[in-house]
Ligand binder design. Sequence first.
Ligand code: SF4
Ligand code: SF4
Length: 104
Amino acid sequence: MGQSMVAIVQEDCTGCDLCITHCPFEALLPLAINPEGRKHKKRPVVVVEEQCVGCLSCIGSCPTDALHEVSMPPNAQESPLMSPSPRPSTEHVRRWGDKKMRWA
Ligand code: SF4
Ligand code: SF4
């Protein structure tokens, strides 16, 4: 069994935020701004690749199936994890305290 990580199809992401609390590694975060021309009013959630460990805990949490598994090649040198995409500008998510998001 090879390694995995996840990706989000941005066109299918409504920005509902349901997946965020399913990630124990805070790798699912909302983009700081909603990209121009998006059909959804709310900004999407993105995968911060450098924080995703491929545990797949989040798979199944998305009501629109925007989250999907990406298989990694068996040879680590060929893996995109060796050169992750630049970290996107994301909002900070507060998980604890009154009216804050909590772990799923
Ligand atoms: S696969 Fe695991 S670490 Fe990666 S985004 Fe999903 S829950 Fe977080
Ligand atoms: S659960 Fe799906 S639609 Fe909602 S924010 Fe996460 S990826 Fe986007």
